[in-house]
Design a protein around this ligand. Structure first.
Ligand SMILES: NC(=O)c1ccc[n+]([C@@H]2O[C@H](COP(=O)([O-])OP(=O)(O)OC[C@H]3O[C@@H](n4cnc5c(N)ncnc54)[C@H](O)[C@@H]3O)[C@@H](O)[C@H]2O)c1
Length: 390
C-alpha cells in the first residue's frame, strides 16, 4: 500500500512526505505542480528560507536518512493525470494539500477568484472521481480550514450539530460562512466530499485546520537543504510567520484593525502529528468525518503582543502598529470552538505558541537580508472591497 501527499512541495506538504517516509514502511509518493513557487513570485516575493528544487530535496533526504520519497510532477486540474496516478499507486491514504491557500490572492480580481475556484474545486472533484474508480477504500484526508465556519457568534462544533426545529430533531452540517472566495472553495470541497462519501462510500476526514505557524519539524532540521518554505508576503504568509519576520527587521508588527479577530492556531510540528494520528485511525467506509485541527485560540492582538514580548527579550525592540483592515470581517467577536476529536484519537499537542516564537526568531535571524529584500510585499495592497490597489 502507498501513502500519497498531494501538494508535496508546499509549506506543509514537504515536511509531511518526509515524516511519512520516516514513520511508515510503505512507499511514499508526493505530487506537485510547483505552482506555489510561481504564485509567490507573481506576488513579487520569495520564500524567506532558501528552498531547494524537489530533485535536491529528495536526494538529500535519501542520503541522510536512507529513506525514499517518490515524486510525480503533475497538475490536479488534469483528470487524466489524477486518474493515472490513483490507478498506478492505489493509495491506502491520500492527504490532499494541493490547493491555492490564499484568501487575499482570491480577492485580487475575477481572474484570481476563478483561478482559485478552478484549481481547488476541480482538483478535488478529479480526485474524488479517480478514487471512486481505482481506490474506493482509500482514506481521503482533505485540508479544509477553520475559516469555513466564519465567526457565527455561537459555539462552533466539529462539523455537525444537533438541531431541534419545529418539534423535530436532526444532526446537520454546521452552517459554513466563508469570508473570502478562497474560503468558499473549501466550503464547496467539503460539500462535494460529503456527497461522495454518501453516494460512493468513500471514507474521508475533512480537516478544518487552524492557522499553522513555525519554521521547523523533526525532519527539516536534519539538513539546511531540507528546510520548508516560509512566506511573508501579504497573500501567502500567515499571521504569526509574518509578525515574526517583521520583528526581525524592526518593522512594526501589523495587526489589522482592532486586532480582536480570534482564530485557532497550531505549530507545524503538531500539524504533522495530527495528520499521522488521522492516518493511523481512519474513519469507516462511507464516513465523512470532520475534525477541527488547532491547539490554541488567540486574537491577532494577543499574537502581536506575544511576538513583542519574546522579541523584546531578544533585544529586537518590537513595535505594534495597527493597519487599516483590508478585509471585510468582524474585528471583535465571540469565538468558542470545539477541538476534541483529535485528542480523543490520541493526539496531544507538543508545542505552545509562546515557546515556538523564540525558536522561530532564531531560525529567521540568519535570513534577515532576505526579509529586508521582500519587505514591501509584507504590507497589504489587496482589499476585499476593491481588489489589488496599486
Ligand atoms: N498553512 C496554513 O496555515 C493553512 C491553514 C488552513 C488550511 N490550510 C490548507 O492546507 C493545505 C496546505 O497548505 P500550505 O500552507 O502547505 O500551502 P502550499 O501552497 O504551501 O501547499 C500547497 C501545494 O500544492 C501545490 N498545488 C496547488 N495546486 C496544485 C495543483 N492543481 N496540482 C498540483 N499541485 C498543486 C502547490 O504548488 C503547493 O506546493 C492547503 O490546502 C491550505 O488551504 C493551510
Amino acid at each position: 500500500m502507498t501513502l500519497m501527499v498531494l501538494g508535496a512541495d508546499g509549506y506543509l506538504g514537504w515536511p509531511l512526505v518526509m515524516r511519512f517516509a520516516m514513520k511508515y514502511d510503505e512507499p511514499v509518493v508526493g505530487i506537485d505542480n510547483f505552482s506555489r513557487r510561481r504564485r509567490v513570485w507573481e506576488m513579487g516575493s520569495d520564500s524567506i528560507t532558501p528552498v531547494q528544487d524537489m530533485a535536491v530535496r529528495t536526494s538529500v533526504f535519501k542520503q541522510i536518512t536512507g529513506r525514499e520519497i517518490k515524486f510525480e510532477h503533475g497538475d490536479m486540474r488534469d483528470y487524466e493525470f489524477v486518474e493515472n496516478l490513483i490507478k498506478k499507486y492505489k493509495p491506502r491514504a491520500v492527504v490532499h494539500f494541493a490547493e491555492i491557500p490564499s484568501a487575499p490572492y482570491s480577492m485580487i480580481d475575477a481572474k484570481h477568484a476563478i483561478e482559485t475556484h478552478e484549481n481547488n474545486v476541480n482538483g478535488t472533484l478529479n480526485l474524488l472521481f479517480a478514487l471512486k474508480k481505482f481506490a474506493p477504500d482509500c482514506h481521503l484526508i482533505k485540508l479544509g480550514t477553520m475559516g469555513e465556519y466564519g465567526t457565527p457568534g455561537i459555539d462552533i462544533p466539529e462539523g455537525s450539530f444537533e438541531i431541534d426545529y419545529r418539534g423535530r430533531k436532526a444532526t446537520l452540517p454546521f452552517p459554513r460562512q466563508a469570508g473570502s472566495f478562497y474560503h468558499q472553495t473549501k466550503v464547496h470541497d467539503s460539500n462535494n466530499i460529503m456527497l461522495a462519501c454518501k453516494i460512493w462510500g468513500i471514507a474521508s476526514t475533512d480537516i478544518m485546520q487552524g492557522v499553522v505557524y513555525g519554521t521547523r519539524t523533526e525532519e527539516t532540521t536534519l539538513d539546511p537543504r531540507l528546510v520548508t518554505r516560509f512566506d511573508v508576503d501579504e497573500s501567502f504568509g500567515t499571521a504569526v510567520n509574518r509578525f515574526c519576520a517583521q520583528s526581525i527587521i524592526n518593522m512594526p508588527v501589523t495587526p489589522y484593525g482592532k486586532g480582536g479577530q480570534t482564530r485557532g492556531y497550531l505549530n507545524i510540528m503538531d500539524t504533522m502529528r495530527c495528520i499521522t494520528t488521522l492516518v493511523d485511525k481512519p474513519p469507516q467506509k462511507g464516513e465523512y468525518r470532520v475534525v477541527n485541527q488547532l491547539t490554541e485560540v488567540f486574537s491577532v492582538l494577543q499574537i502581536a503582543q506575544k511576538v513583542k514580548d519574546v522579541g523584546d527579550k531578544l533585544g529586537l525592540n518590537v513595535k505594534i502598529e495597527s493597519l487599516q483592515n483590508p478585509r471585510v470581517e468582524a474585528e471583535e467577536h465571540y469565538y468558542n470552538v470545539d477541538y476534541k476529536k483529535l485528542k480523543d484519537l490520541g493526539f496531544t499537542p507538543s508545542k505552545t505558541m509562546d515557546e515556538s516564537i523564540t525558536y522561530m526568531l532564531f531560525d529567521l535571524l540568519p535570513h534577515k537580508q532576505r526579509i529586508i529584500e521582500h519587505k514591501e510585499q509584507i504590507t497589504p495592497k489587496i482589499t476585499w472591497k476593491d481588489g489589488l490597489v496599486k
